[in-house]
Design a protein around this ligand. Structure first.
Ligand code: HEC
Ligand code: HEC
Ligand code: HEC
Ligand code: HEC
Ligand code: HEC
Length: 294
């Protein structure tokens, strides 16, 4: 089985090389030589270590035992896709990588990691009129900035507790075509400037740090501290807390003002959000409100 997978990878790699050579390689570090800012931010993100989580690693044998090989394969399809390997770089780490998004051409459904990544397609970007580079051809990709791209992986429909409906929640919270997409909030705009080494055009640049709540597995102390600060700021931008006193009653209102999906979203079964209320001279009233799966 493994040998077969290896062989088909080699065949696909050979086809990809023949049709569209990426002379400088296909892993994130190869893109880094010209797109240093995007690569530096991406390296800090949960995407860059999506195949490396020890929790995921520990769960996969259980997934295989409980729900079979197909279920375990599904975990791998989202967490450790081998798109860079398909493009010929067999040493590339299996994880979400630059090509996962920038070589995506569509999906077979907006869920469960059913993303179509075409190794022979030019690199998809916001522009399509890029300055020429020997590294790759470019094309304008509407899919790239859409919630459909992100939602293909951020919509998990099982098995069992693995139900994560971020895309569905987002579609309810952002029904208008002019509403913000996942990328509007999760790849915030930076100052305009060149987007590649030696490029002359000044363009919009976006932060590829994909700030979230997951621990930055294997990161050094400085990266951990930065992740904690950024995660706290993201959460603070999501929720507004109000305390209204009327006579003897006190109402605590928590409103989702900043996220266009549920808070928490995603792997909500691993997360808990709560409010403890402390009234001076009284005991702390714990767990006034609980969000997420019980
Ligand atoms: C040898 C340098 C070099 C390498 C390596 C390189 N690029 Fe580029 N890339 C460029 C240049 C130059 C542009 C055009 C910049 C412009 O027009 O402002 C560009 C443009 C882009 C764009 C914008 C395209 C558009 O039209 O919107 C994306 C996205 C991109 N590259 C992704 C990647 C990815 C992913 C990799 C790795 C697989 C990569 N690049 C490797 C030089 C490079
Ligand atoms: C999870 C998806 C995703 C991954 C992974 C990803 N990008 Fe992007 N990238 C985007 C989106 C979305 C945009 C903005 C699209 C738009 O504005 O319509 C973008 C924009 C860009 C641009 C245009 C300039 C800018 O800063 O906005 C470049 C260049 C680029 N990415 C390179 C990379 C490189 C290099 C990597 C890997 C180190 C990478 N991207 C990884 C989704 C991704
Ligand atoms: C190929 C599948 C895939 C695609 C496409 C994808 N993601 Fe992800 N994303 C993941 C996985 C898997 C994780 C969890 C990684 C981990 O923590 O181990 C993740 C994590 C994240 C996180 C961090 C969550 C946390 O709690 O730390 C954010 C934010 C995020 N993605 C946003 C996006 C956005 C925005 C897009 C589209 C531009 C996108 N993703 C596209 C698979 C994907
Ligand atoms: C209007 C801005 C906005 C949009 C649009 C948006 N998000 Fe978020 N997202 C947030 C904020 C704020 C948080 C932090 C609150 C939280 O923890 O849920 C967050 C948190 C997350 C997290 C971390 C998990 C969690 O519960 O904290 C993930 C993953 C995520 N978003 C993915 C997505 C995806 C995928 C889309 C599109 C389908 C999307 N977001 C659309 C603002 C947004
Ligand atoms: C459709 C894509 C998809 C599938 C299939 C999927 N996941 Fe995930 N998983 C994600 C995304 C996206 C996140 C991050 C969401 C967030 O942070 O809210 C995530 C987060 C996680 C996390 C928490 C972060 C971490 O890596 O430590 C674990 C653990 C996890 N998944 C395990 C699994 C296991 C085990 C399976 C198979 C039974 C599985 N996932 C199937 C997309 C997927």
């Amino acid at each position: 089985m493994r040998l077969f997978a290896m062989l088909s990878l080699l065949v696909l790699a050979a086809c990809a090389r023949a049709e569209d050579p990426l002379p400088l390689g296909a892993s994130a570090t190869d893109c880094a030589s010209c797109h240093a800012d995007q690569a530096e931010a991406f390296a800090r993100s949960a995407h860059a270590r999506s195949g490396r989580s020890p929790v995921l690693e520990a769960m996969i044998p259980h997934a295989r035992a409980a729900w079979g090989e197909a279920a375990a394969d599904r975990c791998v399809r989202c967490h450790a896709p081998s798109h860079a390997q398909l493009l010929g770089d067999l040493d590339a780490e299996a994880s979400v990588t630059c090509l996962t998004c920038h070589a995506a051409v569509g999906n077979r459904g907006e869920r469960d990691g059913l993303l179509l990544v075409d190794p022979s397609a030019p690199i998809g970007g916001p522009h399509g009129d890029g300055e020429p580079t020997p590294a790759h051809a470019s094309r304008a990709s509407a899919l790239l900035g859409s919630s459909s791209l992100c939602g293909t992986c951020h919509e998990v429909t099982g098995p069992d507790v693995f139900v994560e409906r971020t895309l569905s929640e987002h579609r309810v919270a952002a029904p208008d075509p002019n509403d913000p997409t996942c990328a509007t909030c999760h790849l915030p705009q930076l100052d305009d400037g060149p987007i590649a080494l030696d490029a002359r055009t000044s363009r919009v640049r976006r932060d590829h740090g994909f700030v979230g709540l997951d621990p930055p597995w294997g990161a050094d102390d400085a990266t951990r501290a930065r992740a904690a600060t950024e995660a706290t700021a993201l959460l603070a931008s999501a929720l507004s807390l109000e305390v209204v006193r009327e006579g003897d009653s006190i109402e605590v209102r928590l409103t989702n003002v900043g996220a266009r999906h549920a808070v928490p979203t995603g792997v909500a079964f691993l997360r808990d959000v709560w409010i403890d209320v402390e009234i001076e001279g009284h005991e702390t009233v714990e767990r006034v409100i609980e969000l997420g799966d019980p």
